[in-house]
Design a protein around this ligand. Sequence first.
Ligand SMILES: [Zn+2]
Length: 139
Amino acid sequence: MPSGAGHDAMKMGDAMPQAMLFRGCVLVLSDSLAGSLLEAELTGIISHEVAHTYFMGEMTEAREAQDKQAMKIVELKCDAIAVLSLKLLGFDSGNYISGLRRREKLANAVGLSSRFSATHPEVRVRNHFLARWMKQLSQ
Ligand SMILES: [Zn+2]
């Protein structure tokens, strides 16, 4: 996996379709996710995870306060950065949502569908937020 900009990456052999930023500097991707997504979808997912570095303090505060709504807001901010990153890299920004949907299907297939529901907005909500945000960007 590529490394740069102060981040390292590792691929984990796991059936759980997950991506996460460990300690704010190591990107961890499961085999099942890395092997199932299209390049642009995976780029969006990785961009989202790297975006978490911008909001570490906010996320830590939300976690410590067990403020699930604040955690969901951070997720939406990271989504916005992921979509903007895709756009700047020349990918169709719709690949981000299709990547989230594909990850959701993979999670459902291994019985993990509800794992992130407390701390992450539903894909439908994320899609709606991103559509509105992209519309504002184009005005
Ligand atoms: Zn996230």
